[in-house]
Design a protein around this ligand. Sequence first.
Ligand code: NDP
Length: 419
Amino acid sequence: MSRVLVIGCGGVASVAIRKCCQVSEVFTELCIASRTKEKCDELAAKLEGKTETKITTAQVDADDVQQVINLINSYKPDLVMNIALPYQDLTIMDACLACGVNYMDTANYEPEDTDDPQWREIYNKRCEEKGFSAYFDYSWQWAYREKFEKAGLTALLGCGFDPGVTQAYCAYAKKHEFDTIDTIDILDCNGGDHGYPFATNFNPEVNLREVSAPGSYWEDGHWVEIPAMSIKREYDFDCVGEKDMYLLHHEEIESLALNIPEVKRIRFFMTFGQSYLTHMNCLENVGMLSTTPVNFEGQEIVPIKFLKALLPDPASLGPRTHGKTNIGCIFTGKKDGREKTYYIYNVCDHQECYREVESQAISYTTGVPAMCGAMMLLTGKWNTKGVHTVEEFDPDPFLEALDKYGLPRKENHAPVLVD
Ligand code: NDP
């Protein structure tokens, strides 16, 4: 028996909500709240009569802490699932603290306005101290650790696939396969084709900011930053085939470096086709990825927001995307004094996802772990108080839930390594 408040009703949230509704014995009551209430009502109407879960909807601007507090106080949930955007992480965490409710999200905080001088000052200092320049990092949310601990509450950060499942794979490798892990390569391959010359698979603003930023990896206790897309490898992915992949900065590297301290190197690679990269470079070169407002014929326009309005809605890609994703982690390390390697990953089919939940695999591979993470918190399987990332919890019940609810793991004990 539980009451859950889901904030956001976009691509990922829609999958998470549909999956929650498949497990009504855990998710007895759901409130779907978002900036645009019509989207929540539309989804609730689609689910009517198809689930035992009792669904209500609400309007909320989650940038406004007081609005979230009012909603939490009126709905009284056991858990708030923040599946809006990373911009809302801190306001929703503040509201959860004020109301004494557990919190979870799927991506770590980044500000919407990266020109804000107050934020810039802290950001510049962090770039210098840590050595990576991504706009997002864990420091903002880790600053809430003591507050959540003292309040006896849990905040689960980044419970999608990557971040999320990739960290559970690391915790699993550490628990069952290795005494010490030497290297981790996280490989995120999307072999799907949606037929458009250019589209992003999830929120374009978040996606393009992530991909156009410098890459970085963790090596021998410090960050190594490289120009965007300057390290390329080829890999032959199970069920997908050979793909080009590029080294990116990714948020879970930061928490894994902290929580698996013996690791000598952690890298993250994502596959991109040439058409995607050519479009992205061109858009960047002409300033369309900028978050700084420009005045156009008397109106202020943020270029990347305007671009978002022009691009296909990620939610509309579902019916036209064919092919598979393959996301997982390759490890090297030692067990009982012997060197070993290990690869754990999931393969997901875009069309199968669409048939099940009317969404492509990118939203599916994020929404299912969000539901499974919520289930871990609601059933008390994960109950450590404070602010934590996925690798800090027992991976076994979570991976079992993923196996059962649509993202089964595959293993390879002699994988080809990435050079
Ligand atoms: P979408 O843009 O599809 O959806 C975002 C939703 O949040 C929309 O419903 C939007 O409402 C709502 N929203 C935005 N601002 C506010 C606000 N101020 N108040 C209330 N609601 C708001 O994004 P996605 O579903 O693609 O992504 C959701 C999250 O998942 C993001 O944080 C993303 O970074 C993360 N993600 C994580 C991955 C992982 O593997 N860990 C992978 C992919 C995504 P409206 O309809 O009005 O715009």
